[in-house]
Design a protein around this ligand. Sequence first.
Ligand code: UTP
Length: 289
Amino acid sequence: MTKLVKKAIFPVAGQGTRFLPATKAMPKEMLPVVDIPLIQYAVEEARDAGIEEFIFVTGRAKSAIEDHFDYSYELEHLLQEQGKTEILSTVRKVIPEAGRVSYTRQQKPLGLGHAVWCARYHIKNEPFAVLLADDLILAKPGCLKQMMATYDKVGGNLVAVEDVAKEHTDRYGILDVETDDGIIAKARGLVEKPKPADAPSTLSIIGRYILQPEIISYLDRQEKGAGGEIQLTDAIAHSIGRTPLHGQHFDGTRYDCGNQLGFLDANIAFSLERENMRDGVKEILKKYS
Ligand code: UTP
């Protein structure tokens, strides 16, 4: 029997240099797709998947994230007075139950593996999910919920995967695949950002993980990997052999909101999902076709 996954880590301590100057004083994870910040999509996806404890790994200039998931008495009072009850409930539904959200700080952005390690005392000895908010996924049910169903069957470490163009393997963690039925791939290895010629496959890891707590003991070593950063994928790769690793081909579309084009693409896709915007967006798009 696999142990239930009730905790999720949201690493939000990156510098977001590709989005400067927008991210000079504002966290990248607060960039809105339509009118919802990226981090809120990730938190809602986690909540829908059964997550009960939300652990944010924050850093410098990230306090807007804490404020977003807290009450704003002045604003709420104003909305109440103005009779804007619908928008008031939209604002309130974001806020996790008291005590279910915690923040820890990654003082230096030493890499994703280091960010996850910073949350080790919150994880204790339980399996946990990791969600990267800049990988925004349009899926029903949500990507993490799909992964939870797979995790029930396979246990171990599980990552969301998708095929990428061969020339882009050096941007991702790439699985060395043992078997693949098109839904679940079993991995015998994992390489971070391999050159196309060295890539064992084109199956790349995207920003959703379900991991066993043993990962932390490898991260304790603080070994630097690709790009001089402490890589989460190195810790996952290290545990293959003791903990099985599977990749989940999720049903949905991922938008890489860490770069401008992906972010624009997400805004178009998510606004087309809104019934009250669809026709207007199509009209706008016609102007540019
Ligand atoms: P990215 O690789 O997109 O890095 O991080 P970044 O710093 O956010 O953005 P750029 O490349 O400078 O534009 C992926 C996720 O991991 C988190 C980021 O906040 C983001 O959600 N992260 C990354 C950390 O929390 N700490 C780190 O040291 C690195």
